[in-house]
Design a protein around this ligand. Structure first.
Ligand SMILES: [Zn+2]
Length: 250
C-alpha cells in the first residue's frame, strides 16, 4: 500500500550501512516512524529530503504496519538552519519537543503548522531566537491541553500586579499572592501581555508582538520551565543549544 504525505523530519538515526530511521510529523497521519533505505548513499535520490529538519513530500510504502520511504522531494529545506550551528541546535530542540508532545498516527495539523512557522522564522532569523523559542513553547503547551490561565490572579482575583506564573497550577498570580501557589516564574507586565498574545493569536501571528529585552528574558524563562514541568523530563537538545549559545557568546 502506497500513500503520499507531507512530512517534517523530526529526527534521523543512522541504521546499518546506509539506511536512515526517521521520525516524521506528517500532515495526515501525525507522528510516524519510517525507514529510508540507502538514504546515506551518495547516489541516493532521497538523501536531501530525509535529513533532519527538512519538510518534504514523501511517498511511503506500507507493509504490515511498517513504512518505507519510496520517493521523497524537498518542499522546504530551512537552509538558514544549516548555516549556523546555534540555529540548527534550537531547531532540533523544537523537533524534540514536537516528538515528545505528539502521539503516533494521530493527526495534529496545528502542531505541524506551529513547527513549520517557527522553523521558518528561525531559519530566516526573522526575530530573536529567544522569542521564537518562548512562543513555540507556550503555544505548544496550549495545543497539548496545558494552556495556562493568564487572566486574573488565581489568588485574589484582580489583574495581577508584578505578575508570576505558577508552574504547578498553570495560573497567573500577583507577586504578593505568589506564596499560595507553589513554585513560580516571575514575569513582567510586558511578558504577561506577550504570553496572552501567544496563547490567543491566530496561528500565523503568534510572533507578531513587541517585547523589551528584560520582559523577553522573563517570558523565555517562564515558558521553558512551564514546558519542562509538563513534560516531566529534560531535553538533551535544549542543554546542547544552551552550551552552544554560551560558547558563541551571544
Ligand atoms: Zn493577587
Amino acid at each position: 500500500m502506497f500513500k503520499t504525505v507531507n512530512a517534517l523530519v523530526l529526527r534521523e538515526v543512522r541504521y546499518k550501512e546506509a539506511d536512515r530511521i526517521l521520525t516524521l510529523l506528517t500532515d495526515t497521519d501525525g507522528k510516524l516512524t519510517v525507514k529510508a533505505r540507502g538514504a546515506l548513499r551518495k547516489s541516493s535520490k532521497t538523501a536531501a529530503a530525509t535529513q533532519q529538519l527538512t519538510y518534504s513530500e514523501m511517498t511511503l510504502f506500507g507493509n504490515r504496519g511498517r513504512w518505507t520511504v519510496n520517493e521523497a522531494s524537498v518542499k522546504e529545506a530551512f537552509s538558514g538552519l544549516r548555516e549556523e550551528l546555534e540555529r540548527f541546535s534550537l531547531g532540533a530542540y523544537l523537533a524534540e519537543c514536537m516528538e515528545a508532545f505528539s502521539v503516533e498516527e494521530q493527526p495534529e495539523p496545528e502542531l505541524l503548522q506551529l513547527g513549520l512557522n517557527c522553523l521558518y522564522a528561525l531559519s530566516r532569523a526573522l526575530c530573536p531566537a529567544e522569542k521564537i523559542k518562548a512562543a513555540f513553547e507556550l503555544r505548544l503547551m496550549c495545543l497539548s491541553g496545558y494552556a495556562p490561565e493568564l487572566g486574573r490572579c488565581a489568588v485574589c482575583g484582580k489583574e495581577p500586579q508584578e505578575p508570576a506564573l505558577s508552574l504547578d497550577r498553570g495560573q497567573v498570580c500577583c507577586g504578593a499572592c505568589g506564596y499560595a501557589v507553589g513554585e513560580r516564574a516571575d514575569l513582567t507586565g510586558g511578558a504577561l501581555e506577550a504570553a496572552r498574545h501567544i496563547c490567543t493569536a491566530p496561528a500565523k501571528q503568534i510572533l507578531s508582538f513587541q517585547i523589551g529585552d528584560d520582559a523577553l528574558l522573563r517570558l523565555s524563562d517562564a515558558s521553558e520551565r512551564y514546558l519542562l514541568r509538563r513534560a516531566e523530563r529534560g531535553f538533551s537538545t535544549l542543554d546542547y543549544w544552551k552550551r552552544i549559545r554560551n560558547t558563541s557568546g551571544t
